[in-house]
Design a protein around this ligand. Structure first.
Ligand SMILES: Nc1nc2c(ncn2[C@@H]2O[C@H](COP(=O)(O)OP(=O)(O)OP(=O)(O)O)[C@@H](O)[C@H]2O)c(=O)[nH]1
Ligand SMILES: [Mg+2]
Length: 282
């Protein structure tokens, strides 16, 4: 048993409670989460102001680092289910930072999310394609979210449903202000399908970063993995620019977890504030 807080923001909470009084983080509802915002530092409403955003990041970095040192746990392991949405109007307010996992049905999005969270059943995983049929939000606390998107490209989905999700996904990817980066999950045996390319076409004009996870890499030999990685990297850079990074990933073998955590950590916390992931204690 440990008396240490189990999460960076819990550690931060302890810190703040000791030095500044109680906090309002860890809110259960979307409304509460958005109003609670973050940390013990005075948070200005920075949604539309880049200077204030930067100010808030700098202000909160020491608190976050303090929390991580105390918690001894990579931050994604604190992911908790927050809400599911069928329509854009059901999404939580776009006030924080979120990173979405998109990709073909059955590519391994939910599995990758569970692997990062070190949790077997946080997001639903199934052999049956089309398992994730809602936009599922997982909170990391502090108004930060991981988002599991419904997969695309599953032929047996009814036309009306396919049109609905095409519309929702294109609008979500191109309009959502709090969406800070996209993890595009591709089965490493079938990368860059036409629909993957369409996703990149929808998202890349936003100028936000994309990280491609070539999942199920355990199904490729070492040399196949190396060749696939370099081919996909080249094609991504040629087609969509250098804001796109790519790596091999296996949820089954838990390979590529540190690399993915590092990239996502930078999106959530910025270069300076991102600690190297520490070994999990459980
Ligand atoms: N061998 C192997 N199988 C994997 C890996 N990742 C996922 N799978 C399997 O692939 C299937 C689909 O995984 P999901 O994570 O549900 O895929 P998804 O992209 O969320 O699918 P939808 O929700 O339908 O869009 C499941 O049977 C997983 O166990 C992996 O890295 N290696
Ligand atoms: Mg899924």
């Amino acid at each position: 048993m440990t008396l240490l807080p189990s999460a960076p923001w819990q550690a931060a909470q302890t810190f703040c409670t000791i030095f500044s009084g109680p906090l309002t983080t860890g809110a259960a509802s979307a409304e509460a989460a958005s109003s609670a915002n973050t940390g013990c530092m005075p948070m200005a409403n920075s949604t539309n102001n880049p200077a204030l955003k930067l100010f808030n990041i700098i202000l909160n970095a020491p608190t976050f680092l303090f929390g991580v040192i105390l918690s001894n746990k990579p931050f994604f392991q604190n992911a908790r289910f927050h809400l599911s949405a069928h329509h854009l109007r059901d999404l939580p307010p776009a006030s924080g930072i979120e990173v979405a996992f998109a990709g073909r049905s059955n590519a391994g999005k939910s599995s990758a999310l569970n692997t990062l969270a070190n949790h077997n059943r946080l997001a639903f995983v199934s052999k049956q394609p089309g398992r994730t049929q809602l936009i599922n939000f997982f909170t990391l606390g502090d108004d930060k979210h991981l988002v599991d998107l419904p997969g695309y490209g599953y032929a047996k989905v009814p036309e009306a449903m396919r049109m609905h999700w095409q519309n929702v996904l294109s609008r979500y990817l191109s309009e959502r202000q709090s969406l800070s980066g996209l993890v595009l999950v591709m089965d490493s045996r079938h990368p860059l399908t036409p629909l993957d390319r369409q996703m990149l076409d929808w998202f890349c004009p936003s100028g936000k970063p994309v990280h491609v996870l070539l999942t199920k890499s355990d199904k490729l030999s070492r040399s196949e993995s190396t060749i696939t990685l370099s081919k996909v990297r080249k094609e991504l850079h040629n087609g969509w620019g250098d804001k796109i990074t790519v790596q091999l990933f296996s949820s089954l073998k838990k390979q590529g977890v540190d690399e993915a955590e590092k990239v996502l950590g930078e999106w959530f916390f910025g270069n300076e504030a991102t600690p190297d992931p520490l070994p999990a204690t459980e």
